[in-house]
Design a protein. Structure first.
Length: 366
């Protein structure tokens, strides 16, 4: 979707720092798998019809809808185990994709497993990391200003840009997580064993849906990863089911997920349209933000692990800011604060940097 000259002019008329770049959209060369036509599962079709929404024609539309469904602040959907692990048992501030600003500086300690690891330090590239939060915060600020002024036209315009930003980010993550190898020999070869494991006889892998067996994991369900965001058929999905029912199922009985057996979760996450998988992927960001906003600890294990961004610590009182006043970071390592995406936590030499570069290119961020 291209922006007209008038739209771009209107977006850039604000003279505040970090104006929205003029190159809003560029050719999505690396993301062609996202725009290929996909069939729609009966669950998705029935659910969306009951909500009077159009079913997605491709993965990009599924991701876009998933982003919209995760936009507004929502209740805590994390398991008690995750909440306890990351010191966020007490939930004081509801969280959504747009509820909090992004931290504009890169917290080096938050992004790696061990801040004393010199090799890990070498992986980080400081400069590009700040451009994405600044871009997001600029658009968010314009959106909130338009809402406060009850300017519906501009509010809708900036909301569309926020949706677009996250759709781009999630599309890039999907490409890095699964799409580039979703239909290779290995992925197709797992169809029979995955289907047999979860009681789906003669399971046929839908096009574009990656099946991956991770031998490095210890639990059998954790070894089997499915779909756009490589979700394991374990407790990791339960939080997404709760979030879905809170945000979508509560609006229509046709959308409510009432069965949560491993067979049901496998079919849901391997669906041809990937809507639930996309929803879960976007909600994993919300879950990560939720921990950062609600944790009652700044650092644990004698300072070896950091639960939230350094900017959330009041420099005068040395205490954490109130949850509603904190910023959130995309770039974290799960040894510090909860993060499903290794591609956002510098787990390999170039993965996070490559994601950032792709988002910058597609969104026209300099």
């Amino acid at each position: 979707m291209e922006r007209t000259k008038d739209e771009i002019k209107a977006i850039n008329k604000d003279k505040a720092p970090c104006p929205i770049p003029k190159a809003i959209i560029v050719e999505e060369v690396k993301l062609t798998e996202l725009t290929k036509p996909r069939s729609v599962s009966s669950f998705t079709d029935t659910c969306l019809k009951s909500l009077k929404k159009i079913s997605p024609k491709n993965f990009k539309e599924s991701i876009s809808l998933a982003v919209q469904l995760n936009a507004e602040p929502g209740e805590n959907a994390l398991s008690s185990h995750i909440s306890k692990t990351y010191n966020s048992e007490k939930w004081t501030s509801d969280v959504g994709l747009y509820s909090h600003p992004m931290c504009e500086s890169l917290d080096e300690k938050l992004t790696v497993r061990d801040s004393s690891d010199k090799k890990a330090r070498a992986k980080r590239v400081k400069g590009p990391m700040s451009s994405i939060p600044k871009h997001f915060n600029k658009v968010r600020s314009l959106y909130l200003s338009a809402v406060a002024k009850k300017d519906k036209s501009n509010a809708a315009k900036y909301k569309a840009l926020l949706d677009q930003f996250y759709t781009t980010l999630m599309g890039v993550l999907a490409n890095h997580e699964s799409l580039s190898t979703a239909d290779n020999k290995s992925s197709k070869g797992h169809a029979s064993s995955f289907g047999s494991k979860y009681g789906v006889s003669k399971f046929k892998k839908p096009p574009g849906v990656k099946l991956y067996y991770d031998k490095a994991q210890t639990k059998e369900d954790s070894k089997r990863n499915v779909g756009l965001y490589q979700l394991p058929m374990s407790g990791n999905v339960a939080a997404c089911v709760k979030a879905w029912n809170d945000r979508v199922g509560s609006k229509s009985k046709s959308c409510k997920i009432t069965k949560s057996s491993k067979k049901d979760m496998f079919l849901l996450n391997s669906a041809s349209d990937q809507l639930f998988n996309a929803f879960c992927g976007a909600n994993k960001l919300v879950q990560s933000f939720g921990v950062q906003v609600n944790t009652n600890k700044f650092e644990v294990y004698s300072g070896k692990a950091r639960r939230t961004h350094k900017d959330n610590l009041d420099p005068k009182t040395k205490k954490l800011k109130d949850g509603s006043k904190r910023c959130v970071s995309l770039f974290t390592h799960t040894s510090n604060t909860y993060n499903h995406f290794g591609t956002l936590g510098f787990t390999t030499k170039n993965n996070t940097v490559d994601v950032v570069k792709d988002v910058q290119s597609i969104e026209g961020i300099k």
